[in-house]
Write a protein that binds this ligand. Sequence first.
Ligand code: AMP
Length: 280
Amino acid sequence: MEVYNEIAILQNRLSSLFSTGQQIGFVPTMGALHQGHLALVKEALAENDCVVCSIFVNPTQFDNAEDLLKYPRLEVQDLELLTEVGCQMVFMPSAQEMYPEGFKVEHYEFGSLQQVMEGASRPGHFDGVATVVRKLFDAVKPHRAYFGKKDYQQLLIIKAMVHQMQLPIEIVPCETFRETDGLAMSSRNLRLSANERTLAPVIYQILQEASTMAARWNTLQLKQWVQKQLDRYPSMELVYFEIANPEDLSLTLDASPSKNQMGFIVVKIGGVRLIDNILL
Ligand code: AMP
């Protein structure tokens, strides 16, 4: 597997692939890779001639300094896992390479898409995400890029960015990969204590129960029920539970949720912020 740290050298290598008409798949990540990330890489491998995976813990998308500091970094293991699945290239830039001195985070207008849930809860987060993904797209110029539905709002933001900037890149959504107990795989799961890890599957259990009750209850009742469930666990704090339209993320505030809407949840366990969602 080829490893690159500099944009110019990566682009030089990729230009030889472009000239022979090869299709490039791209999987951007922040590392501490798990089977969810690798599922994206495998899907990309099946649909492209060459797959580039990036590993970059992007400082501009963190609104919380402690979260950035404590974000797991497992580069040696990441490279081993990517080699095992057959990924051809890894791009691991330094912060200096991505953000040379004087560089400013770009400001995007995604309208209501960025005003709810993660956008409301983490100011500046999506400007940071869109800025780094645009720069990575510019470096790799992939034909297809793969994103997980676990970070559903991020997926829609990236689609909107690609549309706004008229980038010739197909955005491929990938299903959420879960542990056998239902917990959505996440690099942040590594930060959970053993006790917190045993509690964490409750998040998806609550989502599943809420989705079965959505046919009978209105959104307000569902939200109260979700809050009540989490109140039973003092170490878990509900940041939000929302029902939204999967197309534009417009929130259902009190009416009964209709089929095909989605439930979105964020829970903090001992300072670790976990995100998940479900189709109702
Ligand atoms: P991250 O390293 O957390 O920034 O994630 C990199 C990419 O992997 C994003 O597109 C995520 O949505 C995706 N991803 C993370 N966890 C999962 C998962 N459990 N299942 C599927 N995709 C995931």
